[in-house]
Design a protein around this ligand. Structure first.
Ligand code: SF4
Ligand code: SF4
Length: 209
């Protein structure tokens, strides 16, 4: 079953266009402000609730170590997160990709059952809850097949198109019922999802997926 996702579009702005950047972010997009130190603006969502999922994952996509809600100025009420120099060229690629699309968001369908690109592309680190789920589901054996990377137990999954996660068969997860939290929580339509698809299919929007 495919999911219809309203993906935030990335747009670039100068610091002088902060009001326009804020409008784009309030409409659901991700506004990149090319100030001396670049940053992004996104919708903070309703008060007392977490930042909207796709904004949260946009912040993660640039590996921002912190974000803050703006308390004054044109961007008041929006989330602001830094974009380090390392990420500028990649962010420019996202802005260029989205430039042909109108508006602040774009509808796209994502069918994970026909895709599986992220099963080739992401390192799946296991946590204590995963281990408990494996045991409760009668699959304690899965814990014997992990590899330790930077001190963390990780599914054997290689960044190589010929070697996906060992549990992937015909684009289907062989341990779907007990799959790890990272697999459960990875949202379609994020930059991380699109990057996996680019890496695997050569395009973020392959036909029929
Ligand atoms: S890359 Fe995206 S669309 Fe493909 S399986 Fe993963 S989350 Fe789903
Ligand atoms: S456990 Fe399943 S969902 Fe997770 S990476 Fe492996 S095949 Fe994909």
């Amino acid at each position: 079953m495919s999911d219809l996702i309203h993906r935030p579009l990335w747009r670039g702005y100068s610091e002088r266009s902060l009001a326009a950047a804020a409008r784009h972010a309030r409409a659901g997009g991700i506004a990149v402000v090319r100030a001396r130190r670049w940053y992004l603006l996104g919708d903070a969502g309703p008060a007392a609730e977490p930042v909207p999922l796709l904004v949260d994952w946009a912040i993660r996509a640039v590996e921002a170590d912190a974000w803050a809600e703006q308390t004054d100025g044109p961007a008041r009420g929006l989330v602001r997160a830094p974009i380090t120099a390392d990420w500028r060229s990649r962010v420019e690629e996202w802005i260029a990709r989205d430039a042909k699309l109108p508006g602040a968001t774009s509808e796209a369908r994502f069918d994970c059952m026909k895709c599986a690109a992220c099963c080739y592309d992401n390192r799946v680190v296991l946590d204590a809850e995963d281990a408990a789920r494996f045991r409760a589901g009668g699959r304690a054996d899965l814990l014997e097949r992990t590899v330790v990377i930077r001190g963390k137990p990780t599914l054997p999954l290689v960044r190589d198109r010929q070697k996906p996660c060992v549990h992937l068969h015909d684009k289907l997860c062989g341990i779907y019922v007990v799959r790890p939290n990272m697999c459960r929580d990875f949202p379609a339509g994020t930059e991380q999802c699109l990057t996996s698809r680019e890496d695997f299919y050569g395009t973020a929007f392959p036909p029929d997926r």
